[in-house]
Design a binder for this molecule. Structure first.
Ligand code: ZN
Length: 464
């Protein structure tokens, strides 16, 4: 059996791993690269394998850096099933067409720009192609064993990252011997809002573990929530500006709404208007409510309370572009949650342009900001950034609230690994920036006494 690492090696995007057994070839995740100058070229680079020869695809979760190249895979001839949890399938039904729509818009824009290269003027894939790929999705139940192919059995278990997210256990039988490969997907911090905690796994022969925050320790949830509360109360009551929260439409937006709702329920926030300015976020929120049985107990209790007390916290889902533009004129008292989460595209860029230069406003960064993104420049303390080519001074307060991250910190990752029993798995550290993955690999050796895990090079293969 051979495993090849195609993305998320020494970086956090482009997750994709190819497994080739005697009987089948399959991909685990088919993610898009995001952030950085080379992104467009890398997403267009030919697949290193023939998509027509794949038997199936397994998906850990809906985030575009794990799913965003599926439409290309299908357009280039992949005909097999794409297995994912039901909630992931629902999320993809809005996320992939949305991703395609962004590609189409960018291509339109490039076509009119004389300085751009020609190939950028065609979209990476179209809305039609995205919709075509959706037809190959097959929903699986959490915990149920799926025979994806003769001699290959898979199980999706809670990863505690976003709605529908899973770690995948794959059992492959070859020559009468069974081997278990565990793909961690993206693992959430235990106790985080909305989703249940990651499932403890006790056995694997081979393990791929993410390491987004493998070098860091998040603040405690209590401290994190206090910081979030302070950012909002200070801005609305003392400074008199707006609070801008860049957030992935899927996952982070619903968590921000959960926190705002919970703090309001506890009497820690005043009455307020919250604008969720992303059509995708409305759809994702509806999908979250549809899968409410997957939510943790605290979220279910809050939802019940908010239904009984709907008046004080007014959540407006902004759909039309005109309504979004009207928000640019709101000078104070608004909480604006908008996408994209790393400030690279979408309506958030306009809200930043109108609020970043004003000291009475506050930007609350709650998610990971990849190298090369506008969000990362803001987090890194840039005094001025360019938005749509226009220089914008950074005068608003910037809060980076790491404890809300959708990814487990070093401590939580080590605790999750500590559930494995001997014989310990052969371990590969993926989905982290190079230095972070290396630091995490050393922590696994030093703190858990495991053999030093490998940080695989991009496009490298191993025989298992
Ligand atoms: Zn993710």
């Amino acid at each position: 059996m051979k495993l090849t690492f195609f993305g998320a090696c020494g970086e956090v995007t482009g997750s994709s791993y190819l497994v080739e057994t005697a009987a089948a070839r399959f991909l685990v995740d088919c993610g898009m690269f995001q952030g950085g100058a080379e992104t467009a070229r890398r997403n267009r680079a030919p697949f290193a394998f023939d998509p027509r020869t794949l038997d199936f695809v397994l998906l850990t979760h809906a985030h575009i850096d794990h799913s965003g190249l599926l439409p290309r895979l299908v357009a280039e001839g992949f005909k097999g099933p794409i297995y994912a949890t039901a909630a992931t399938c629902d999320l993809l039904s809005v996320m992939l067409p949305d991703s395609a729509y962004i590609q189409e818009k960018e291509a339109d824009w490039m076509r009119e720009s004389p300085t751009r290269r020609k190939e950028d003027a065609t979209p990476l894939y179209t809305v039609r192609e995205a919709e075509h790929a959706l037809r190959q999705l097959k929903a699986v139940e959490y915990g149920a064993a799926l025979e994806a192919h003769a001699q290959i059995r898979c199980r999706w278990l809670d990863a505690g990252h976003i709605l529908g997210s899973a770690l995948i256990e794959v059992k492959v039988t070859e020559d009468g011997t069974e081997k278990t490969i565990v793909f961690s997907g993206d693992l959430g911090q235990p106790m985080r809002p909305l989703v249940r905690d990651p499932t403890a796994i006790h056995h694997a022969d081979v393990l791929l573990v993410e390491s987004t925050y493998g070098n860091r320790r998040h603040k405690s949830m209590t401290e994190t929530i206090q910081e979030f509360e302070h950012a909002i109360v200070d801005t609305l009551t003392r400074k008199g500006g707006n609070v801008i929260i860049p957030a992935f439409a899927v996952g982070r937006t619903q968590e921000a709404l959960y926190l705002l709702g919970e703090l309001y329920r506890q009497g820690r926030l005043p009455e307020m208007d919250i604008y969720v300015d992303s059509p995708l976020a409305l759809k994702a929120t509806e999908i979250t409510l549809r899968h409410a049985r997957l939510l943790d107990r605290e979220s279910a209790a809050l939802l019940a309370w908010l239904r009984k007390n709907p008046a004080g916290q007014r959540v407006h889902f902004v759909q039309d572009l005109e309504e979004s533009i009207a928000l640019h004129r709101v000078r104070k008292g608004a909480i604006i949650i908008s996408a994209s989460g790393m400030c690279e595209a979408g309506r958030i860029k306009h809200h930043l342009r109108h609020n970043l230069g004003r000291p009475e406003c506050t930007i609350v960064i709650t998610g990971f900001q990849a190298a090369g993104t506008l969000g990362r420049r803001i987090v890194d303390g840039a005094k001025e950034v360019r938005i749509f080519g226009i220089p914008v001074p950074v005068r608003a307060d910037i809060y980076t609230i790491g404890g809300l991250s959708a990814h487990a910190d070093q401590e939580a990752l080590l605790q999750w690994l500590a559930h494995f029993r001997p014989p310990l798995p052969r371990t590969y550290v993926v989905h982290g920036e190079q230095e972070t993955s290396e630091i995490f690999a050393r922590a696994v050796r030093e703190r858990l006494g495991w053999p030093l895990p490998v940080v695989p090079a991009p496009r490298s293969s191993v025989h298992l």
